[in-house]
Write a protein that binds this ligand. Sequence first.
Ligand code: S6P
Ligand code: ZN
Length: 170
Amino acid sequence: HAHEPIFAIPFSPAGYEKYGAHVTRRRLSQLRHLYGDPVAVDQILAREDPVVYEVYEMPYPYRETDLLINITVLYPGRVGGEPYMTKGHFHAEPDTAEAVIGLEGDGEMLLQRRDGELRKVPVSEGTISYAGGGWAHRVVNTGSRPLVFFAVSGANIVHDYETAERLNFS
Ligand code: S6P
Ligand code: ZN
């Protein structure tokens, strides 16, 4: 059964990359709508278009009974007064849980339900944070080092970025 992956790789972005991970790089120009200060965004983009975060994922044709296991590197930085953050999303149809294990750095996960209820939990080296189904989640780097975290969820998730963007964790 070629579609049932088996592997053992180092638990780090470099290890993932060595074993052929697909890397998605998100730059500020793709994320400008996340920040409240458009002038600050334009000032940075006039000089450079920094990589805000990278997601490392093993390139398998996941079936819905598999597990998605990503590593994200969220760089330190600020836009106006706001720290670098991921876009954030719901897992829709079905709402599926996710565990996040901090590997390096310091930050927080913001969680928001569709009714607007908002929570915050730490994501730091040595923490495991759990977001049950129905909670949109965004990670924020509040420190001065890269925040590196591992995320595992069911592979049946559908990323719903639109609803999370509308609520905007505010
Ligand atoms: C996937 C999990 C993470 C994020 C990654 C980037 O369900 O939550 O791997 O995909 O941290 O965040 P975003 O919001 O841009 O997908
Ligand atoms: Zn997720």
